[in-house]
Design a protein around this ligand. Sequence first.
Ligand code: SAM
Length: 383
Amino acid sequence: MGYEEAFPPELREYYRKLFGDEAEEIMASLRTPVEKYYIRVNTLKTSRSKLMAILRKEGLKPKRSPYLREGIYFEREGPNFPDDYEPDLPAVRANKFASESVYQGAMLYAPGVLQADRRIKPGDEVEIRDPRGLLVGIGIARMGAKEMITSTRGLAVEVTLPKFKLPSLSELESFKEGLFYAQSLPSMVVAHVLEPREEDLIIDMAAAPGGKTSHIAQLMQNRGEIIAMDKSKNRLRKMEEELKRLGVKNVRLIRMDARKLPELGIHADKILLDAPCTALGIRPKLWESRTPKDIEATARYQRAFIWAAVKSLRKGGVLVYSTCTLSLEENEANVKYALSKGLKLEEQSIFIGSPGIGIENVQRFYPNRHLTQGFFIARFRKV
Ligand code: SAM
């Protein structure tokens, strides 16, 4: 399956209209994992040099980000085989989530297995395919066919040749000690663009699982106060664990619908709205199911958050709006909406992306140009 079939025809058409000749390159990049996989040094607990030395001892090859002093990245390995490779081995079909993980170098566990060739015995070499038949990796079966379909736990296939390989970090001691957070480069730019100060009252309107909140906290050296909210109970639970792992102490977590923020009667100095979005910029995508209709609906949803943010900022306060998506409606068009509600665009302290479509003063990251996730950042001031 080529990358074209990974996108619904309406979305392909939408990309072609918006990005012209570059659309094809963008879609091909979205299909693959990021070339540089970033983590953020938790400066509440360690420094970049110390963490680099620890990671090297843990067997990894960390590199310094030239852009951000707390950024470290690892080079992606692969592709390890061409797109038309047909190994002709007995096949295991994995669900989309497990396939995406194997595609980037993870092992295949039994809960992710959908189907397996009946001949498969432990020790056999097998090919792993996603639900649509795309080859995501090759490995050695550690269970027989029946067991890998019925088991609810355990290693089903030891993946020896994934299509791509990113480092797996969550088992490392340095991870457990909270010395870093896995975070994309554009996501890391967001907290800097907010320019948090210790004396600021900061609200993070869509905060879980806490990547950007914990970054803001570290830039504030755990001082001042961040009010972080999210409507998802599960994601907030995960966020609580993460804040604990990272040693973040200046965050108050609230479970609520952020569109009701004005009801709290707070007038914040700074607000981060890392909006729920169609996530069209997230890599890799084995396939995409969203269409322009989803874009429209999501953009409308986001405007309710923007309006709530405008009402909850003090005069002169700052709003940073970000998304991990590529559409015009969720990005530049919503910026225009914000401008019509009494906000003014401001320059961003770190600018390593491209200008927006028809608006200079916003930052867009393109997967093909910047080798990152697709991303968007705007900074406003309430006038
Ligand atoms: N800022 C987070 C980070 O850096 O880790 C990621 C946030 S994610 C892009 C968007 C979040 O918005 C999700 O956690 C989702 O649960 C939350 N969300 C969606 N609708 C919401 C609502 N009405 N009120 C509050 N949070 C909402």
